[in-house]
Ligand binder design. Sequence first.
Ligand SMILES: [Zn+2]
Length: 291
Amino acid sequence: MPYTGRFAPSPTGALHLGTARTALLAWARARAAGGRFLLRIEDLDQPRTVAGAEAAILQDLRWLGLDWDGEPVRQSERAQLYADALERLRREGRAFACSCSRREVEQSASAPHDENGVRYPGTCRQAPLHPGRPLAWRFRMDAPEPLTDLACGPYAGIQDDFVLRRAEGGFNYQMACAVDDLLQGVSEVVRGVDLLGSASRQQALHKALGAPPPLWYHVPLLEGPDGFRLSKRHGSISVAAYREAGWSPQRLGGLLAASLGWAGDGEAMQAAGWIGRVGRPLQPRRVPLDL
Ligand SMILES: [Zn+2]
C-alpha cells in the first residue's frame, strides 16, 4: 500500500509549537516514504472555530517548509459521508440509539472512569431507556481494541460504546476522523499521544466499516521547562510569535528537533532536514523556550 499521511488541525486558534512539531514529524515521515501528505481541517466544532485561524495555520505550515498534496478538505463539508457510514453501522447492528444525557453518563456509578475519561455504562444497549427523547447514536464496542503503536509500543486498548452522532445531530470526532482516514486512504496516523485512546476506538470503527486500520504513530507531547505539557501559561508558544520575534524556520525547526533528541542545542534544521531522521527513536527532552 502506498504511504499516505495527514495532518489534521482544528482551526480554533494559532498553531502552537507542540502541534507544529507533530506536523513536521507527520510530513517528514510521509516524504521519507515517498508518499502523499494530506491536510484536513477538523472544523466540526463550529462554536470553537475561529475566523481566520485556518488561513493562519496554513501560512505557518508553509513558513516552516511543509507542503501538501491536493487541496485541504474540511470536515464541515463532509456530513453526508459520515451519515452514510452511520447508516451502514446501523444496518449491520454496530450502532445503537441512546437517550442518555452527558450528565447521566457521568453520574452513573457503573461508568468506568480513567485517563480516557468516562466510558459508557451500557444503559441503552438493548433499547433506549427514554425513547421519547432525542436520540444519540453510539458504536457497539464489544471488547477492548488492542493495537501496537509504532512510537509507544503495545497498547491494550479500551472498550467504550462511544458516541457517533450526538442527539442534536452533530457527528462526533471519532466518527469523522475514522471515516475521513478511511476514505482518504490514510495509511499512517501521526499525532499526539493524548489521542492514543481514540486510536483504539477508531481502529474498531475502521474494522466495522470493513477497512484495514491505518498504522499508528503517537508522539509525546511537548513539555514546558517545568516538565508540564506546553500551554499558554508558559508564555508565547505559537509559531507566529516566534516568527514575529525574528526567528527563522531553520532555527525553530532545530529547536523542535532538539526537543525530540534529533538535533543538538542551537542546531538549525529546516523541515527537509527532518526527513533523514524519521527512522530514529524519539528521545524527548526539555529545551529552552526563550521567547
Ligand atoms: Zn444511553
